[in-house]
Write a protein that binds this ligand. Structure first.
Ligand code: GDP
Ligand code: MG
Length: 441
């Protein structure tokens, strides 16, 4: 399975002390194969791999993790974002209005079962659902929905197999009004394959009763085909949310991974069995961790991320303390400049502070300058970095040579640094314990 394959790839990485770009490439090549075999669409795989690659090369390995775990972390995060990151709920109208939901999908996908499952969930939320049978082509389907409705103890409506589906749908709204139902769930007919007549019927129902949410049920076992089906339904009928049924089966995971990326529509639920209680909310993070099959590694990664955040916070506090006393050194200057760039510029940060309006972004180095500053600081001895007062003309000259800069560049940098230092001293209290001031604490 996909999970087994991915675990193998990561097991091979785990032994490594340090990852080279080549290691990452090789591992991702295997991840790519595993995803393709799991029936994830080629386009999605390509984008996914290049996103992971781009991040993996050049990202610092967090303390407490090895490079292999770092790759797992990135793969996991990219999988989550591929699946839409957030859990999406069915959008319902206020309780005093009738919300109309329409189920659609191919024959056997699980529409009738899922309609009843959803009715049960909404009932638990305090709604009063009405299940409506519009599949007139298979008389057994009407009975099936009726039986499910009574199992769920929710209301049921149909006009029978001789009525027109659009008429049934219209009449069901009247029925809901009379009986006080605030959710109408319309079960429709499917075909074995995409078929224009079926699509037209869905569009007709949708237009006739003003469906609020069109819910598409696709069979996860069919992999990439499920995603193609979803695209077609979305183009022809318009879909608001997708339910992946039969995820309890030997599904290859491909549908879960690519549906959102291909259709742009979120997965709302996953079907986990034939029983009417077997419907689960879709959580992209849980799904990713299930596909990766690495609960233990992922929780280790979480811990490392937390520990690193704590360490950063501690560093921030130290820096804030030093700055409070006007004790800024070159290394701190470099770090704060980087932090400020990440936070969207000096002016946007200073603008938030009282009395700091006159400072402009001119003081903020661009990427090129930042690299130059970094080179300059790296050419200083540890003592020089800590104690700016040591800076003599000889030292400046040595640093300029060592960093491949002109003496003028070094002087400009030191001048900027001194300006910053002055500024720090001029705002007592400001550098205090305020959080949310980036690296300043
Ligand atoms: P419809 O033709 O789209 O209405 O599909 P049905 O609701 O009649 O379901 C077809 C078959 O799939 C039935 O035997 C269901 O019990 C089964 N089924 C539906 N959802 C699931 C699921 O999540 N897991 C499993 N294992 N079976 C399901
Ligand atoms: Mg059905």
């Amino acid at each position: 399975s996909l999970t087994d394959k991915l675990q193998n790839v990561f097991r091979n990485l785990r032994g490594k002390g340090r990852l080279t770009e080549e290691d990452v490439k090789l591992a991702l090549k295997e991840v790519k194969m595993a995803l393709l075999e799991a029936d994830v669409s080629f386009k999605v795989v390509k984008q996914f791999i290049s996103a992971v690659q781009e991040r993996a090369v050049g990202e610092d390995v967090l303390n407490g993790l090895n490079p292999g775990q770092m790759v797992i972390k990135i793969v996991n995060e990219e999988m989550i974002s591929l699946m839409g990151s957030e859990t999406t709920e069915i959008k319902l109208q206020p309780t005093n209005e009738i919300t109309v939901l329409m189920m659609c999908g191919l024959q056997g996908a699980g529409k009738t079962t899922t309609a009843a499952k959803i009715a049960g969930k909404l009932k638990l939320k305090g709604r009063k659902p009405l299940l409506v049978a519009c599949d007139i082509y298979r008389p057994a389907a009407i009975d099936q929905l009726q039986i499910n409705a009574s199992k769920q103890e929710v209301d049921f409506f149909t006009l029978g197999s001789h009525a027109d589906p659009v008429d049934i749908a219209k009449a069901s709204i009247e029925e809901a009004r009379k009986k006080g139902n605030n959710v109408v769930i319309i079960d429709t007919a499917g075909r074995l394959q995409i078929d224009d007549i079926m699509m037209q019927e869905l569009v007709d129902i949708k237009n006739a009763v003003g469906v609020h949410q069109t819910l598409l049920v696709v069979d996860a076992m069919t992999g990439q085909e499920a995603v193609n089906v979803a695209s077609e339904f979305n183009e022809k009928v318009g879909v608001d949310g997708i339910i992946l049924s039969k995820m309890d089966g030997d599904s290859r995971g491909g549908a879960a991974l690519s549906t959102k990326a291909v259709t742009g529509k979120p997965i709302l639920y996953v079907g986990m069995g034939e029983k009417l209680s077997d419907l689960e909310q879709f959580y992209p993070d849980r799904m990713a961790s299930r596909i990766l099959g690495m609960g233990d590694v992922l929780s280790l990664i979480d811990k490392a991320v937390e520990a690193n955040a704590e360490r950063d916070a501690e560093k921030d506090r130290e820096m804030a303390q030093k700055m409070k006393k006007g004790k800024i050194d070159f290394e701190m200057y470099l770090e704060s400049m980087k932090a400020m760039r990440n936070m969207g510029g000096l002016s946007s940060i200073m603008g938030m502070l009282p009395g700091m309006g006159k400072i402009s972004d001119d003081m903020l180095p661009d990427e090129k300058q930042l690299a130059r500053i970094e080179a300059i600081v790296l050419s200083m001895t540890p003592e020089e970095r800590k104690n700016p007062k040591l800076m003599s003309p000889q030292r400046k000259f040595r640093i300029a040579k060592g960093s491949g800069n002109d003496i003028a560049d070094v002087n400009r940098f030191i001048k900027q640094f001194e300006q910053m230092q002055k500024m720090m001293k001029q705002m007592p209290g400001l550098m205090g314990d305020k959080r949310g001031f980036g690296k300043f604490g």
